[in-house]
Ligand binder design. Structure first.
Ligand SMILES: Nc1ncnc2c1ncn2[C@@H]1O[C@H](COP(=O)(O)OP(=O)(O)O)[C@@H](O)[C@H]1O
Ligand SMILES: [Mg+2]
Length: 505
């Protein structure tokens, strides 16, 4: 068990303007599951892509079973028994499982016998209870099944070292449990696994050892049995972390938003919302839980007027706003934190002041008699910056130079300053560091206490459970169930997220 199978020494990798890996030492022992833990941008994927031959290090050395290797490309990695399951799958949608597994074999000079490959896929599938048909097209498979195809690909190529880059990000809690069973089976067979995650609960469940990265550097390597979740969190972010937020009791007011049998289509022409109905009241946070791609984005777009509803209604304080223009809906008091801050929320090349006044530039006090008062605009921006403690290099620097957390604070500050009746926040903390995440969540709770109706759409179930008063679970464009927070149970919500609504639920 103590044989070191992979050793990375002093790995350094620069990207333009970023030191993604800074003299990283990392080792994997045979038969262990070694987790790489770190916040977004810590350098985890970079390090693994170096092991997989996708990136080449600027400095440092890699040893496999004690032998120094130069991994030029993924085929070299495979020749060294390394197989990586990427965050974004590398499958061709229109091809079958079989064709995807066979892909690239020929260019390696291997003879392709489809029958033989199909037989092997079935053997692997049976052994690990994957239940994958070699002749299914990739697009017909669920995300969880596609992930299993990626695992089959690596096993077919006789990988001994498996790297999984945030494999649970796309899975429900139950699917994650199934994946962990598979990983444990692989370990028993003598394989070694590098597992990447930033979710502390699952890291504490699955790991033997854990290496924590922060800002491209190794903070330390620990044995799971020697640490607690809180300790790991502190290593990861560099300070104490609260796992829960203080919440005042709910003081629910009148109904603000009513969504009635709403339907809409996505860009591919499929019905993405199917008769969705729910209400959001003043003073509450209504959370929409679900796995990415189940209609969340379409729902936010349809309510805010960015997408046409083909059926049903949205009512705001008794006024019908269905299919009104985004501007009209915003003027009626619906403000929106979109999922992609730099595409929809902010204008990257404009400065902080210009972005701060995007909603209010055309009215007093900023505009008087058709002229923008630049001093008033700057004062306004500065007041938001103060109130939300936003770090800006210079007030006239383009906002694209702000960190993700500060961009999101600016966006939230601007929208809240409009005194909305309804705030729709989609993935408001995605990709932010722990400090900014906590700040944003606290602001949402504060506005809730002030009586605002908040519709929170998030793929982070912990976030939903932490701040919501009621939770609607969305699956394939339908609300499976609405649950009060007092009755919310994690695993039941997980099942609903997977479309399972058992009578016991
Ligand atoms: N191909 C790339 N080009 C430029 N910068 C990159 C590239 N890949 C990653 N980075 C940057 O390197 C840093 C580490 O990224 P990454 O390894 O993806 O982190 P993690 O996987 O821990 O979230 C980040 O600042 C990221 O923006
Ligand atoms: Mg990554």
């Amino acid at each position: 068990m103590d044989e070191i199978i992979v050793q990375a020494k002093g790995i350094t990798k620069y990207f333009p303007g970023v030191l993604a890996n800074n003299h990283i030492d990392f080792e994997l022992k045979k038969g262990e599951i070694h987790t790489l833990l770190g916040e977004n941008g810590a350098g985890k994927s970079t390090l693994m892509n170096i092991l997989d031959g996708i990136y080449h290090p600027d400095e440092g050395e890699i040893y496999i079973k004690g032998k120094k290797v130069h991994i030029q490309n993924p085929f070299d990695a495979m020749a060294n028994s390394i197989g990586m399951i990427h965050q974004h799958f590398m499958l061709v949608d229109t091809l079958t499982v079989l064709e995807n597994v066979a892909l690239g074999l020929k260019s390696q000079g291997l003879y392709i016998d489809k029958k033989e490959i199909s037989k092997q896929i079935e053997t692997i599938s049976k052994k690990y209870h994957f239940n994958i048909n070699p002749y299914s097209k990739i697009w017909q498979l669920s995300v969880g099944e596609q992930q299993r195809v990626e695992i089959i690909k690596t096993l077919f190529r006789k990988a001994e070292i498996l790297i999984l880059d945030e494999p649970t990000a796309v899975l429900t809690p139950q699917e994650s449990e199934d994946l962990f069973k598979i990983l444990n089976q692989l370990l028993k067979e003598g394989k070694s696994i590098i597992f990447i995650s930033h979710k502390l609960d699952e890291v504490m469940e699955i790991s033997d050892r854990i290496t924590v990265l922060r800002k491209g550097k190794v903070v330390g390597t620990v044995h799971k049995k020697d640490v607690t979740k809180g300790y790991l969190a502190k290593m990861m972010v560099g300070r104490e972390v609260l796992f829960s937020l203080e919440r005042k009791p709910l003081k629910r007011r009148g109904e603000v938003l009513k969504v009635k049998e709403l339907e809409a289509y996505n860009d591919k022409g499929f019905k993405a919302l199917k008769k969705i109905s729910f209400s959001v009241f003043g003073g509450e946070i209504f959370g929409i839980a679900g796995i990415s791609g189940n209609g969340q984005k379409i729902l936010a777009q349809t309510i805010t007027g960015l997408r046409r509803a083909t059926r049903g209604k949205t009512i705001l304080n008794d006024a019908d706003i269905t299919n009104a223009s985004p501007k009209v809906i915003a003027n009626k008091g619906v403000n929106y934190i979109p999922p992609d801050r730099l595409k929809v929320g902010l204008i990257p090349n404009l400065d902080t002041t210009e972005n701060a006044i995007l909603r209010s530039y055309d009215r007093e006090p900023i505009t008087k008699r058709n002229f923008i008062d630049h001093q008033k605009a700057a004062e306004y921006a500065k007041s938001l910056i103060r109130k939300f403690n936003i770090m800006v290099p210079r007030i006239d620097a383009p906002v694209k130079l702000l960190s993700g957390g500060n961009m999101q604070k600016l966006l939230l500050a601007r929208e809240i300053a409009e005194r909305p009746k309804l705030l729709i926040a989609v993935h408001p903390t995605r990709g932010l560091d722990v400090g900014a995440t906590e700040f944003i969540r606290k602001q949402l709770l504060k506005e809730r206490d002030n009586g605002l109706a908040v519709l929170l759409i998030s793929e982070d179930l912990d976030e939903i459970l932490m701040v919501s008063d009621r939770i609607g679970v969305i699956y394939e464009g339908q609300i499976m169930k609405v649950i009060n927070i007092e009755d919310a149970e994690r695993n039941k919500i997980g099942l609903l997220m997977a479309g399972v609504n058992s009578p016991k639920n």
